[in-house]
Design a protein around this ligand. Structure first.
Ligand SMILES: Cc1cc2nc3c(=O)[nH]c(=O)nc-3n(C[C@H](O)[C@H](O)[C@H](O)COP(=O)(O)O)c2cc1C
Length: 171
C-alpha cells in the first residue's frame, strides 16, 4: 500500500513535516509512506489555465500523477487564520474537477502544542475534502509530547484500516 504524505506547511522547520517524517520512518510492513513536496510549486488554481491549453503545467501534472499512484493520503497541516493554509487549499482545488483525489481515504491531523489548537483548520480541511467525497481517517490534532510517535502510528493504522474497508478493496 502506498500512502502519499502531504504537508500543509511550507516552512523548512515544520512540526507537521516532522510528523510526516515520523510516519514515514515507522510505517508498518507493506506500507510505503512517500512525502510529496510539490504543493509549493503549484500555481494559483485558475480554470482558464486548463481551458486555454497552458496545461500541461509540470507541477500540476506531477501532483495529479502522484495522487493517481497513491492508495491513500496522510495530510498534516497547521491552522492559519482559523482555516487550512491557502497553499493546501489550492492543491486540493487543482484536483476537484480532474478527480484524482475522488473517494480516496485521507488521514488528516495537525501537529500542535496543545489539544485545543488546530481544530478549526482541521474542520476546514475536512469540509474541503468533502468536495471530493474523501473518506476521512483520524481528524484529531496530535500533540507534540511523549505520545507523539504512538499517536502518529495509530493514525497510519487508521488509514490502512479505512483503505482495507473500502468496497473496491474486497471488504
Ligand atoms: C500567519 C499565521 C497564522 C496563524 N493562524 C493560526 C490560527 O488561526 N490558529 C492556530 O491555532 N494557529 C495559528 N497559527 C500558528 C500555526 O498553526 C503554527 O505555527 C503551526 O505549528 C505551524 O505549523 P508548522 O510548524 O508545521 O509550520 C498561525 C501562524 C501563522 C504564521
Amino acid at each position: 500500500m502506498r500512502i502519499l504524505a502531504v504537508c500543509g506547511s511550507l516552512q523548512r522547520q515544520s512540526g507537521n513535516l516532522t510528523l510526516l517524517q515520523v510516519a514515514a520512518a515507522s510505517a508498518p510492513a507493506g506500507v510505503d509512506i512517500i512525502i510529496f513536496d510539490g504543493v509549493r510549486d503549484l500555481p494559483h488554481f485558475n480554470p482558464d489555465l486548463e481551458a486555454s491549453g497552458v496545461l500541461p503545467l509540470p507541477s500540476v501534472i506531477e501532483w495529479r500523477r502522484v495522487l493517481v499512484e497513491s492508495d491513500a493520503l496522510l495530510i498534516a497541516s497547521p491552522e492559519y487564520g482559523h482555516s487550512l493554509p491557502g497553499a493546501l487549499k489550492n492543491a486540493i482545488d487543482w484536483v476537484i474537477g480532474s478527480g484524482e483525489l475522488e473517494g480516496k481515504v485521507v488521514g488528516i491531523t495537525a501537529a500542535v502544542p496543545s489539544p485545543t489548537r488546530g481544530l478549526r483548520g482541521l474542520g476546514a480541511l475536512r469540509d474541503t475534502l468533502g468536495a471530493v467525497r474523501a473518506t476521512i481517517a483520524g481528524g484529531d490534532p496530535i500533540v507534540k509530547g511523549p505520545s507523539f510517535d504512538s499517536d502518529v502510528a495509530r493514525l497510519v493504522g487508521a488509514i490502512v484500516s479505512a483503505h482495507a474497508a473500502m468496497p473496491a478493496n474486497g471488504s
